[in-house]
Design a protein around this ligand. Sequence first.
Ligand SMILES: NC(=O)C1=CN([C@@H]2O[C@H](COP(=O)(O)OP(=O)(O)OC[C@H]3O[C@@H](n4cnc5c(N)ncnc54)[C@H](O)[C@@H]3O)[C@@H](O)[C@H]2O)[C@@H](O)CC1
Ligand SMILES: [K+]
Length: 479
Amino acid sequence: MRTAYSVETVRAAERELMARLAEGALMQRAAAGLAAACADLLGRVYGSRVVLLVGSGDNGGDALYAGARLARRGAGVTAVLLAPERTHGAGLAALRGAGGTVAGSGAAEELILRADLVVDGIVGIGGKGGLRPEAVPLAGYAADSRAAVVAVDLPSGIEADTGEVLGTAVRADLTVTFGTHKPGLLIDPGREYAGSVRLVDIGLELPEEAELEALQHADVAVRLPVPGAESDKYRRGVVGIAAGSARYPGAAVLAVSGALRGGAGAVRYVGPAADAVISRFPETLVSDQGPARAGRVQAWVVGPGVGDDASAVAQVLEADVSVLVDADGLRLADRSAVRARTAPTLMTPHAGEAAALLGVSRESVEAARLASARELALRYGATVLLKGSTTLVADPQGGAVRVNPTGTAWLATAGSGDVLSGLAGSLLAAGLSALDAGSVGAYLHGLAGRLAADGAPLGAHDVAAAIPEAWRDIRDALR
Ligand SMILES: NC(=O)C1=CN([C@@H]2O[C@H](COP(=O)(O)OP(=O)(O)OC[C@H]3O[C@@H](n4cnc5c(N)ncnc54)[C@H](O)[C@@H]3O)[C@@H](O)[C@H]2O)[C@@H](O)CC1
Ligand SMILES: [K+]
């Protein structure tokens, strides 16, 4: 499991650790890790041109000490100081002692454009409210330069706790982060600014429960349902799919295609698209009765392509089994009916749907994904899977939010969400909690999307067809 902790938690752990260590020891650990990462990126340190962007805090101190280490190995290191009178004094002395120099801000553009490496130590976890105006041009020069850009702890200008980007931020090729990932490094839009992320262990002791967690192959593998010797189709779980309409039969077919690959023993389809479903997937059990009379299931998926069939949504919400609500279902679901449920509920909006449910703009959901997912979970008393470039899953009772690491932009294709609904609903029917079904479903779906796309456009049905390959790939992590 990859975890991320909030600034407040990191600060507390740092205080505790600093009290036990010699003055400056922690910063030396950070700088050593940073310098090593820079050296790896440069390949040849000797003779390289390195520019340090140095803000007024310890983030700048890290950059200066790392710069001193690179200067000692023969790099030409120049520091651009944003606040010369408030620069980390000992760090600056170390840089000078190692042969590094300081340039005035007038020389910054020229230096950055000619550099091999730019180290962004403008601001770290002490930053708030986006880049200050004097730092904004530096981010621009770094973006225009052919130099590799390494962010210290996090790209300056992104909000560490949320991944929000307020105005301009530094775009890094590599972020070297200390002690733990910060939430903003794993959530868009901040994640896109971070490039690849390298974690340097500085010995922080962090609490059990993280702010954010990202499942990895091994975490998913142990959660995948596996039929036992005693299993039959009913014991493996039956998932009911209430989806599709005369106008949108394809949504039903795609939801079923995901559900068939998600671990349930049988898929029961209810709705007006039964013919389309059967002709594509003859193994589906179909019914033209409403969900309330369709026979026993262990979980329901309701919503993809149902149009205005509010009755199907209401019937499903009354069922005493796990329910996944998606697409049209989100619009039609009565909030008090969702809140009144005692069995688990998983809602799967994309940013636009989440915005409608919260009564805010789509942009504000996209800018603050973590807060939006949490808020929605609280309001509805339901687990919320917020789809997007970084899919998040939040439980209503709090706890670590799951962030999906397998997403790919190729998944932004019509019908892809219907496949995810069926898949995650099938995992619910197989007995996974709403949090696990949502996060394991998103992980499988993302990986299937990557495997199916392999760098080329794909259709949603390709994603569904690639789920078994993704499943095997993950399962093999346990071998
Ligand atoms: N505290 C520790 O134990 C350690 C801290 N380390 C480093 O220290 C950093 C935190 O240092 P600080 O607490 O000094 O804080 P920062 O260096 O992150 O930033 C604080 C300084 O930046 C200025 N600032 C705030 N917002 C800004 C903005 N939007 N634009 C420009 N300047 C802004 C403030 O005036 C303040 O002087 C970490 O991110 C990490 O890089 C590491 O050395 C590891 C050990
Ligand atoms: K930084």
